[in-house]
Design a protein around this ligand. Structure first.
Ligand code: FES
Length: 162
């Protein structure tokens, strides 16, 4: 188990405490896990144990929720999260070639993080911007109308920005 930042744990506890008066803990578990991910970058085992203990919910249930939703990270992630859309509109407009360009540029597969911890690659099913297909989201920003060449240039841009 890695050492967990006590200050961040205290902040998470405060967030959980502020929701304690809500009757059904399950209904705000997702909000708590979002907060935990925002604080720690990903849902580390001991953080999930902490949430389970504080909320009096079995750890197995928390794991179930965390693994069901693709936006929760169970492993350390890179500085930039790339989500490549493989939904229908993007797929028919060349998403596979865009994905291949990203894989070639970064040398990683879906679900992996580059060695320098700069990028993590995820797949998505429709990012709600089908008119711009094919689409990639980097962090919270949507990039549309991509070709393999534009995609590689985009990644270089992020790499240069640091
Ligand atoms: S299918 Fe890619 S944004 Fe909708």
């Amino acid at each position: 188990m890695i050492a967990v930042d006590e200050g961040k744990l205290a902040e998470l506890k405060g967030y959980i405490d502020s929701h304690r008066n809500i009757e059904h803990p399950d209904s705000y578990l997702i909000a708590i896990l979002h907060k935990a991910q925002e604080l720690f970058g990903y849902l580390e085992n001991s953080v999930m144990d902490f949430v389970a203990h504080e909320m009096d919910i079995p750890t197995a249930h928390i794991w179930g929720v965390a693994t069901f939703y693709h936006y929760f990270n169970l492993h350390p992630v890179g500085k930039h999260i790339i989500s490549v859309c493989l939904g229908t509109a993007c797929y028919v407009n060349g998403a596979n070639a865009v994905l291949q360009a990203i894989k070639d540029e970064l040398g990683i597969n879906i679900g992996e993080t580059t060695e320098d911890k700069m990028f993590t690659l995820h797949e998505a099913r429709c990012l709600g911007a089908c008119g711009l297909a094919p689409v990639v989201m980097i962090d919270q920003k949507i990039h549309g109308g991509l070709t393999p060449e534009k995609t590689k240039a985009l990644i270089k841009e992020y790499r240069n920005k640091g």
